[in-house]
Design a protein. Structure first.
Length: 435
C-alpha cells in the first residue's frame, strides 16, 4: 500500500489546490507572507475591541477533533460572543473512500447536534459546491481544530487573513514531531496558538520559524472535563450480566510512514481473541483513531474493514466506539493504546494504562513532556506483556504505578493559577484585542 500522505500525486494536488508553491516553499516569500499575515491578524483583533457582538466560528471535520465543549459554552454565556460550529469534510484531497467521508460528515453533524450547539454545514445543494464561509457567514473569529491541508482550500487559514484566527489543538502534544506540531505554515500564520504547558511553549519557540510569537499557554481544553468535579459521565458501556473490568483498546492510524506509530496490525486479530478468553472478567471497547478506518479501507478494502469493525458489536462483552471518548475514559478501568495524545490525556483519570510499542527505540519518538507521560505507562512489547496487564494489573488490581501517576498529575496536569483552560482562552482573546 502506498501512503497517500507521501505520494507525489498527493503533494502536487495540495500545491495546486492551495496555490502556495511560493509562499510555502520559498523562504524569502514565506517570511514576507508571514509578516504580512501576522500584521493583519493584529489589526483584525483590534477591530473587535468595541464590537458588541462577535461571531465565532469553530471549524470541525471529525468528532474526535472536537475539544472545546467548555470553551464553546463559556463563549455562548458571554455577552459579547456568538459561537457556532462550521462542519465540512475531512480528507478532501487524499482520495479516501467517498462514502466513508460522507458518513464521517454525517457523524460529525449528529455529534454536534446532540450537544445542542448551533452549527452550519455550508454546502450548496443546488450548485453542489462548498460555500466560502468568509463571504457568506462573515465570522469575526475562526477557531481551527486542525492545522492540516486536508480540507477544502476555502476553509484553510489562507482565506482568513483579515479575520482573527485561533488554534485549539485536537490532541495533547506528546510526540517528537516538532515540524508538524509547531512549524507548518499554518502555525506560523495563526493569530493565537493555544498550547498545553510552558514546556510546550518553549518547544514552539525553538521549533517554529516565527519563534512562537503567537503561542500562548492556556492549558488543554480537551482535558478540562476531567478537572470539573460537577461533570457526571454517561455509562456508554454495553450492559453485562455482572460488572466486569472495563478495558479500552485505542489503536492509532499510522500504519506506515514516519513515524509509523500504530501497532494495530500486530494485535488486530489477538484483541478479539482476548475479549473471548476473558469474557467473564473483562469488557473490551475498540476505540480506533478516526482515521484508522480510512487507512484500512485502502489496505484491506471496504468489505473486510467493515466486517472487522462490525464484529466488535457482535460480541457480548465487546463493542465499537467511534464518537467521543470522555465518558468512555471516566467510566473505564484501564486502557491499552498507541496514540500520542492519549499518552497524557488518560493520565487525567489516573487509571492503569499500557502503551504498545514496536521496538525498544520507541521512546525516542516522544517530545520531553510526552516522554514524562510515557514513563507513567506499563509498556507492551509483546503479547505476553498484554496478557500480564490484563490478568495481573486489570483483573487482580495490582496497579503498582498508581502513586507515580498521581504525583505526575499534581505536578504537571492540575489547574494552575485557579483558571481552567476555557477561562484562560477567553482572557487571552480579550488581551489580544487590546494589544
Amino acid at each position: 500500500m502506498s501512503n497517500p500522505d507521501n505520494s507525489l500525486r498527493y503533494r502536487l494536488r495540495l500545491i495546486w489546490a492551495y496555490k502556495d508553491v511560493l509562499r510555502n516553499h520559498f523562504p524569502p516569500v514565506f517570511r514576507w507572507y508571514v509578516r504580512r499575515f501576522r500584521a493583519a491578524q493584529l489589526k483584525a483583533a483590534r477591530r473587535l475591541r468595541d464590537k458588541e457582538r462577535i461571531e465565532v466560528a469553530f471549524f470541525l471535520t471529525i468528532p474526535g477533533m472536537w475539544k472545546s465543549d467548555y470553551l464553546f459554552e463559556a463563549l455562548r454565556q458571554h455577552p459579547r460572543y456568538h459561537p457556532y460550529v462550521v462542519i465540512y469534510p475531512y480528507s478532501y484531497y487524499k482520495g479516501f473512500n467517498a462514502s466513508e467521508v460522507e458518513a464521517t460528515l454525517k457523524r460529525t453533524e449528529r455529534f454536534i447536534a446532540d450537544k445542542g450547539f448551533e452549527y452550519v454545514i455550508p454546502y450548496d445543494e443546488k450548485r453542489r459546491r462548498w460555500q466560502p464561509v468568509r463571504k457568506t457567514l462573515h465570522p469575526d473569529i475562526v477557531v481551527f481544530t486542525t492545522p492540516y491541508k486536508d480540507i477544502p482550500s476555502k476553509y484553510f487559514i489562507y482565506a482568513f487573513r483579515d479575520v482573527l484566527t485561533c488554534y485549539v489543538p485536537y490532541g495533547f502534544t506528546s510526540l517528537r514531531m516538532f515540524h508538524v506540531n509547531y512549524d507548518l505554515i499554518f502555525h506560523n500564520l495563526v493569530g493565537l496558538h493555544f498550547v498545553e504547558t510552558e514546556i510546550h511553549r518553549r518547544q514552539a519557540e525553538d521549533c517554529s520559524r516565527n519563534h512562537g510569537e503567537n503561542v500562548v499557554v492556556s492549558g488543554y481544553p480537551g482535558t478540562e472535563v476531567f478537572l470539573r468535579p460537577d461533570y457526571t459521565p454517561r455509562d456508554v458501556w454495553k450492559p453485562q450480566p455482572h460488572r466486569k473490568k472495563r478495558l479500552i483498546w485505542a489503536p492509532h492510524h499510522s500504519l506506515e510512514g514516519n513515524p509509523a506509530l500504530s501497532t494495530f496490525l500486530l494485535y488486530c486479530d489477538r484483541m478479539p481473541e482476548w475479549a473471548a478468553r476473558y469474557k467473564d472478567d473483562i469488557q473490551l471497547v475498540f476505540k480506533p483513531h478516526p482515521l484508522l478506518k480510512f487507512k484500512l479501507q485502502q489496505l484491506w478494502g471496504a468489505e473486510r474493514t467493515e466486517a472487522y469493525y462490525r464484529q466488535w458489536d457482535a460480541m457480548e462483552n465487546a463493542q465499537l466506539e467511534e464518537s467521543s471518548y470522555v465518558d468512555l475514559f471516566l467510566t473505564s478501568d484501564a486502557m491499552i493504546h498507541d496514540c500520542g495524545s492519549f499518552t497524557t490525556e488518560y493520565l487525567f483519570v489516573n487509571k492503569p494504562v499500557m502503551y504498545l510499542v514496536k521496538d525498544e527505540e520507541f521512546a525516542s519518538c516522544f517530545c520531553p513532556f510526552g516522554l514524562m507521560s510515557f514513563q507513567k505507562h506499563y509498556i507492551g512489547r509483546s503479547e505476553a506483556d498484554v496478557t500480564h496487564f490484563m490478568e495481573e494489573v486489570l483483573i487482580q488490581g495490582k496497579d503498582v504505578m498508581a502513586e507515580e501517576r498521581r504525583r505526575f498529575f499534581e505536578e504537571y496536569l492540575a489547574p494552575r493559577e485557579g483558571k481552567l483552560p476555557s477561562e484562560r482562552i477567553i482572557q487571552l482573546l480579550e488581551e489580544f484585542q487590546n494589544k
